[in-house]
Design a protein around this ligand. Structure first.
Ligand SMILES: [Zn+2]
Length: 159
């Protein structure tokens, strides 16, 4: 899967869909996933990149975002609730892993990891912020990556 690092201030995207290669009909604001800075230090505004996509990818990504949000909230509530229920009964062997699952899910949602998985799956592209001047992109399609790299004057990837 092609990947590249670039300054988000100068990034440009081809006017075609990274998922299917058809001409783009709109843009989807792809949020850059953050690292541990999402948990420590002051809260920073998430970086959004407007990526041209086809209508189909846009609709599916928007629908998936809502479904994922509800699924994560439900799972956190269920796992957290079950952990507390087991803990009250002294069943720590079950309570601890369930509690850990709830914490991980909540943390993943906070950092946007679930969103990045959906971006890569549905849009064919995901973004991770490394610093204020560098983001890392992952592309699902080689032909889209080639067009993108040309537009941004990115050197050929190191395999
Ligand atoms: Zn598409």
């Amino acid at each position: 899967m092609p990947a590249a690092a670039i300054n988000p201030q100068t990034i440009r995207f081809p006017k075609k869909c990274p998922h299917c290669g058809r001409p783009a009909e709109g843009t989807y604001a792809v949020a850059a996933v953050r690292g541990f800075d999402a948990f420590v230090g002051s809260y920073t505004v998430p970086l959004l990149l407007d990526v041209p996509v086809c209508r189909d990818a846009f609709e599916r990504r928007r629908g998936a975002a809502l479904a994922a949000l509800i699924a994560v909230l439900l799972l956190v509530a269920i796992a957290g609730g079950a952990a507390v229920w087991l803990a009250i009964r002294g069943a720590w062997l079950g309570a601890i892993p369930l509690g850990a699952v709830a914490v991980l899910l909540a943390a993943g949602g906070r950092a946007g990891w679930d969103g990045a998985a959906l971006d890569r799956w549905i849009l064919g592209l995901s973004v991770r912020s490394v610093s204020s001047t560098e983001v890392r992109l992952q592309f699902s399609r080689r032909d889209y990556y080639d067009a993108w790299a040309k537009l941004n004057h990115v050197k050929r990837p190191h395999a």
